[in-house]
Design a protein around this ligand. Structure first.
Ligand code: ADE
Length: 283
């Protein structure tokens, strides 16, 4: 079971977040344990101060090291040795891969920074630093919620039995294919006929092709250096024939150029090779 402790000056912020959806379900099912720790409980002054002015001057307040380190030591003492993760825009950027890595851990302690920054010496007590993207939030709390959401849904049992099918996009490194629900015609926009025909193999192939097209269109960075399997190469060829690769013709050109290369040619360009068979091959 994954045991998460959140160190924050705003524990109440998490009340509603942890009361709904997957995080709540995961907690209720006993698959995840999530507790908050109030940073102010680790202060030693009457005002429960957690911040102070920056040395060297400047605007904004800095998170003091003593309460944070006292809290980390206390939690370590009572909870064994959690992996201490600092939420900060300077950390490694959260990806599905990092979420998977964290979902396999037993204990994590998420430290939410606040104010204009943290005292640099706090970093010496963290095992990892995670950012949720290249923008600055008012504090680590919302980042922490994003991380918990991404991680909790990966803990086995939190989603349904066929959970490996959800979010397939990121399990095989591609964006998800378009999805539709009723009505079959919405204001003149029809659902692609293949989805109404009930031919499962055709649907699987269509979805894979649309995943590829969408990824090349919106996030070509995701497939840089990808080892394409045979079916993907076929689908790319179909997309090219349908002139659906447009500006990405250049990108696709590389794919073709590299087709004669093999995996051992190294990481330059896009490589060919085999991922396995079927839609869930990488999950
Ligand atoms: N704290 C402030 N901004 C942040 C970000 N982008 N990611 C994680 N923690 C943060």
């Amino acid at each position: 079971m994954l045991d998460v402790t959140i160190l924050t000056i705003f524990p109440r912020l998490f009340d509603s977040f942890l009361s709904f959806g997957n995080p709540a379900r995961a907690i209720q099912a006993g698959l995840v344990k999530i507790e908050t720790a109030d940073l102010r409980d680790f202060t030693d002054d009457r005002h429960r101060t957690t911040d102070d002015y920056p040395y060297g001057g400047g605007t904004g307040m800095i998170m003091k090291p003593e309460p944070v380190v006292r809290a980390i030591r206390h939690i370590r003492g009572t909870k064994g040795a959690p992996k201490v993760i600092l939420m900060t825009p300077q950390g490694r950027v959260l990806t599905q891969e990092i979420a998977e890595e964290l979902a396999r851990m037993e204990r994590i302690l998420l430290v939410c920074g606040r104010y204009e920054g943290i005292d640099e010496r706090i970093r010496a007590f963290a095992d990892d630093e995670i950012s949720i993207g290249d923008y600055v939030l008012s504090g680590g709390e919302t980042a922490c919620m994003v991380l918990i959401d991404a991680v909790a849904r990966l803990v086995p049992g939190v989603l349904g039995a066929d959970s490996h099918l959800y979010g397939e996009s990121f399990y095989n490194g591609l964006l998800e294919h378009p999805q539709y629900t009723r009505p079959a015609d919405f204001e003149g926009m029809a659902v692609p006929p293949v989805l109404l025909e009930g031919h499962h193999e055709k649907i699987r192939r269509w979805r894979r092709k649309e995943s590829l097209a969408r990824t090349l269109d919106r996030r070509p960075d995701l497939v840089k250096g990808r080892v394409w399997d045979r079916e993907e190469l076929e689908l790319l060829e179909e997309l090219r024939r349908e002139t659906r690769l447009t500006e990405l013709e250049t990108e696709y050109g590389h794919i073709e150029d590299d087709r004669e290369r093999t995996v051992q040619d190294g990481p330059s360009g896009i490589q060919t090779g085999r991922h396995g068979e079927g839609p869930c091959e990488d999950s």
